[in-house]
Design a protein around this ligand. Structure first.
Ligand code: 5AD
Ligand code: SF4
Length: 467
């Protein structure tokens, strides 16, 4: 359920923020806070809410845990290597706690929503003060206050089907691009995926609440609004009324210069009507991230994806015909249990047919509690690694060829900052969500510019600014 905090909950939420701020004022000032979010944009967005709460308590933020008095890690559970990284990072905090007994360490998010992980944390990492799940954000002020004022700390992991609240403050990490969750949870139960277990059932926010938030962000000067959900295409199903195509249409109607993007689509729910809305829009990106996961019908069935390669290609072909400059990206899992080399070759075939601009590729990772975890998985990691390299090679070549076709054309680019690899350059994304880098004045950051493409790389293009 998604709802406003009740009067009483709201009063308690604010009371504990006020009490903590007052406590800091009377005890030498608020400590610096370090908040790190792992994983997807949804998690980054949750991290912005955690920061919003801390900011209201009077905290400033630092980029390294060594400089902080409060450390909050907001974790991801989607693959095992993400979890290993978190355990490594949590382990490294022990030393800091020994040097500073007043340091408060909290670990929250998807990973600790799993019972066996919360138990492991409690047993093996006793210096962690607060362990909180994916549905306890509104209780964070109380948990922090109690620990800061001498309490014992807590483990607070209610059932993942719990509610999510409107009205939690947000400290946005960028003043150009804003994340707006439109729904939470997932009902799809793809057999490899832990998300439905840790984020609970699908719950959509009311269209009016989203519309209000987006309108305010545009007025404040945000240039990109990214709508977030595990499967945005099923937006509205649990509340009736506006569906995702309808929501996008409403959000496309504001005046001003802005770009609307969204993450993530599920092919089984992506409709032709939605593609029509994108094709006819003024502000929506000409980009769909459409995770296919596999090019083999047999594996798609085992994955419980509920579409066939034929249906997927039909959708892709319709989208390409309606949006000629469409950019398509995807997610692919290599080495799902029972996948053979012939299945993998069908994935390569599909990639050659669709010609994605970019593919995010993952070696299958076994997740406790999912259906795939029970399946036989005879192919070795070494073999899967060889397949992965083959896939990357094929995609790298396709990406490069796709980007080469932009040479000589002019793209509208939202300038987002300096390029990390070439700091003398600026960088941003085009309306097709392609990374574009170019030479230009710093004052252009945060505005839309025109860039004529002169060079293509497998992951980005380079070009010259047009006045
Ligand atoms: N193993 C590997 N990749 C996974 N993903 C989700 N679960 C797993 C898993 N168990 C990938 C999917 C999804 C993306 C966000 O992460 O490709 O689309
Ligand atoms: Fe996981 Fe599938 Fe839901 Fe995506 S749609 S979050 S892959 S269960």
């Amino acid at each position: 359920m998604i709802r406003e905090l009740s009067g009483e909950e709201n009063a308690l939420f604010n009371e504990y923020i006020d009490k903590t701020r007052a406590y800091f004022q009377s005890s030498g000032g608020a400590p610096k806070a370090y908040v790190h979010s792992y994983g997807c944009q949804q998690n980054v967005s949750d991290g912005e809410k955690i920061q919003g709460i801390l900011q209201q308590m009077g905290c400033d933020f630092v980029n390294s845990p060594e400089d902080a008095g409060i450390i909050i890690l907001n974790t991801c559970a989607v693959r095992e290597n993400a979890e290993d990284k978190v355990f490594g990072n949590v382990g490294a905090l022990k030393k800091l706690k020994e040097q500073n007994r007043g340091l408060v360490i909290a670990v929250g998010g998807c990973m600790v929503q799993q019972k066996h992980i919360a138990e492991k944390l409690k047993a093996s990492y006793p210096f962690v003060d607060i362990v909180f799940g994916t549905h306890t954000m509104h209780e964070l002020p109380r948990m922090l206050y109690e620990k800061l004022t001498g309490g014992k700390g807590c483990v607070n992991i209610p059932d993942a089907d719990g509610m999510i609240c409107e009205g939690i403050p947000t400290r946005r990490n960028s003043d150009i691009k804003a994340y707006v969750p439109i729904m939470y949870g997932c009902d799809n139960f793809c057999s490899y995926c832990v998300v439905p277990y840790v984020r609970g059932r699908e719950r959509s926010r009311k269209a009016e609440a989203i519309e209000k938030e987006v309108s305010e962000l545009i007025t404040q000067g945000y240039k990109e609004i990214m709508l977030l959900g595990q499967n945005v295409n099923s937006y509205g199903k649990n509340i009736g009324g506006t569906d995702f195509a309808g929501l996008l249409k409403r959000l496309d109607g504001f005046e001003g210069e802005y770009k609307l993007s969204f993450m993530t689509s599920h092919p089984k729910d992506c409709t032709k009507e939605l593609i029509d809305v994108i094709a006819d829009s003024r502000h929506i990106e000409r980009h769909i991230h459409l995770p296919v996961q596999s090019g083999s019908d047999r594996i798609l069935k085992l994955m419980n994806r509920r579409y066939t390669v034929e249906k997927y290609l039909e959708l892709v072909n319709y989208a390409k015909s309606r949006i000629p400059d469409l950019s398509l990206t995807t997610d692919i899992i290599v080495g799902f249990p029972g996948e053979g080399y012939e299945d993998f070759c069908q994935t390569l075939e599909l990639m050659k047919k669709v010609r994605y601009d970019m593919a995010y590729t993952f070696i299958y990772s076994k997740r406790e509690g999912t259906r795939a975890a029970e399946m036989d998985d005879p192919v070795s990691d070494k073999e899967k690694g060889i397949w992965m390299r083959e896939l990357l090679e094929v995609q790298g070549q396709i990406g490069l060829e796709n980007y080469q076709r932009y040479i000589g054309s002019t793209l509208t680019v939202l300038c987002e900052g300096h390029d990390k690899n070439k700091p003398e350059y600026l960088t941003g994304h085009s309306r097709q969500s392609i990374i574009v880098r170019f030479a230009g004045e710093e004052s252009l950051i945060g505005s839309f510019v025109k860039v004529k493409v002169t060079k293509a790389m497998p992951w980005a293009v380079e070009g010259e600014l047009i006045n």
